[in-house]
Design a protein around this ligand. Structure first.
Ligand code: FES
Length: 104
């Protein structure tokens, strides 16, 4: 599945929210690489794009669970909630393209 989310002008160290139909995606750029995961935290539904980046981890703004941006693994609070769904994302001609879905 390929979905064009929008312009790929995500800056280094920034978290950005994108919507496509029912899909809410949190996108970050870390060391030049784009990363994406489901924006709705699977713990209690807060938006991860409102959280913060710590290296390759996004920290949820509500209860501070940290998820690995590559794997979606819950790195800080195992047992509190599941891993987060991640997406493969690329930049094509200035656009952000979601390529495949990866189960979290
Ligand atoms: S809603 Fe994200 S950690 Fe609770």
């Amino acid at each position: 599945m390929r979905i064009v989310l929008g312009d790929a002008d995500v800056k280094e160290g920034e978290l950005r929210a994108f919507e496509h139909g029912p899909l809410n995606v949190c996108v970050a750029r870390v060391q030049g690489r784009l990363k994406a995961l489901d924006d709705w935290c699977n713990h209690a539904g807060c938006l991860l794009s409102g959280g913060r980046l710590e290296g390759n981890m996004v920290v949820c703004p509500c209860h501070e669970v940290g998820f690995d941006l590559d794997t979606g693994e819950n790195l800080t609070s195992p047992g509190v909630c599941d891993n987060q769904t991640t997406f493969e994302v690329t930049e094509e001609e200035g656009k952000l393209v979601l390529n495949t879905l990866t189960p979290g």
